[in-house]
Unconditional design. Structure first.
Length: 188
């Protein structure tokens, strides 16, 4: 997936709704400057930030990944092949992690599944509406949820209310790989 497409689609969605950067900043809790950099730099932000932006814009996160943002149509099933994965790479500007969006072509879904790769370390705690499921596929991660810290290894999983602040980081010699599914109570 082309990161430039993601940045352009964010800007397109915002302008289509006649929303200013300041209004989007107020809705997301992100700064106007940071949002401007995302739109201008043509680089995709971390998934959690992308989620905040799309929720504030009232669009599906999968819409942002489409080449032609205005052509979503109902699809009762989407089959994803591993050769078609859309990996969004971390950059020095957007420190966090690489991720691969799953079922990106399925509009109107209530869950957002994706993989997280790399030696990630989140500089902040995240919180958002809904519930989240994390399954550690490889490696070890330190997971912070509220005031508690957990060590999770391959095969471990966590299901939690994502309104509670949470974050994580890969630890150990092997880079952690996670499967994450976010469920949203309300999309709009």
């Amino acid at each position: 997936m082309d990161e430039k497409t993601i940045a352009e689609n964010i800007q397109h969605s915002r302008k289509q709704q006649k929303m200013t950067l300041q209004e989007l900043a107020d809705k997301t809790g992100l700064t106007k400057g940071y949002l401007s950099k995302i739109e201008r730099s043509k680089k995709a932000p971390p998934y959690s930030t992308l989620n905040k932006i799309t929720c504030a814009l009232g669009v599906e996160i999968t819409d942002i990944f489409q080449k032609d943002i205005g052509t979503t149509q109902e699809k009762p099933i989407v089959i994803g092949k591993k050769t078609e994965g859309r990996i969004i790479r971390e950059s020095s500007r957007y420190v966090g992690y690489d991720y691969m969006v799953l079922a990106a072509d399925k509009p109107g879904k209530n869950m957002e599944p994706f993989f997280i790769f790399a030696p990630f370390e989140f500089p902040q705690m995240f919180r958002h509406e809904g519930e989240e499921f994390i399954y550690v596929l490889e490696g070890t991660m330190e997971f912070k949820y509220g005031e508690k810290t957990y060590i999770m290894e391959a095969g471990d999983h966590s299901y939690f209310d994502s309104r509670t602040p949470h974050t994580g980081r890969s630890i150990g010699d092997k880079r952690a790989k996670l499967m994450v599914v976010i469920y949203f109570y309300k999309r709009r």
